[in-house]
Ligand binder design. Sequence first.
Ligand code: DAH
Length: 340
Amino acid sequence: MIQETLNKIREEALKRINESKNSESLNEVRVAVLGKKGSLTAVLKGMKDVAAEERPKVGAMVNEVRSEIESLMENARVKLETLAMNARLENEKIDVTLPAKGIKMGHRHPNQIALEEMERIFTGLGYEVVEGPEVERDYYNFEALNIPADHPAKDEQDTFYINGDILLRTQTSGTQVHEMEKGRLPIRMISPGRVFRSDTVDATHSPCFHQVEGLLIDEEVSFSDLKGTLAEFAKELFGEDTKVKFRPHHFPFTEPSAEMDVSCFKCGGKGCRFCKGEGWIEILGCGMVHPHVLEMSKIDPLKYKGFAFGVGLERIALLKYEIDDMRLLYENDERFLEQF
Ligand code: DAH
């Protein structure tokens, strides 16, 4: 009678173990057969009704079935785990011989390319690259550059004032003063950076743009050093055949002052749409540092001379890459930037 029950339990258990597809269903079998309320446990609980002399025999039979089921269950568990592991490995398989996915690289902004080019040229000529503050005192932006409070040049540049004395610099020229004040001579520096003017945005204006300032101070410096240096710069930047022309101009902090034009690198100077028929393109302002500017920064104008120049970085980028609208430089449209 018990033998029969045990056989049924055994068969049922074997069938369910074989049908188990995962460890959960295997566990259900364990609970149903060996658990507290399991079928085999029920047989053990019924032992009290078995005659005392029969008990060892029945007990041995139950234990035999129990250990058989346990070992089959263990085998099934190992088999299922191996299957699951293999399926996972298959799923995670990597073909290391496949070509790698291309990484999408960013692009250098035309301003950045133009700046790096200028830095390369001037560091090659022995210049140092220094940076000055964007938030500046009136003194550095105007006064120390020979632009006193009532000077008309102060109205020419629409300045963003933070208060009566502090402003957003309208030009990088203030860096000249900071460098001169350090009292380390001679000086050969260029200083790139952002400048601010309250202009309305259009194809050639922006309230925030970039300049690169240049300053050289030494004992024997003449206007021909300025011309030679800037002519060399123009050739490196726009090509060996580039010619330069200096037109007299006025800046309060230089005397004499000039604007420099380069021969149009599109038409070679014959005149075209690019140079508006002129054959020449204006690219920077420059001059010999005004003695008064030297004096204010505690440099003896009888001993030292210097030249300075200021270049609009956007202007160089627009010219070099033939971009006809400055706004393109600030919109950062990928379709535009991708071309550089
Ligand atoms: N700071 C001038 C401007 O914003 C540019 C300039 C002209 C800078 C002549 C100079 C210079 O250093 O010598 O228009």
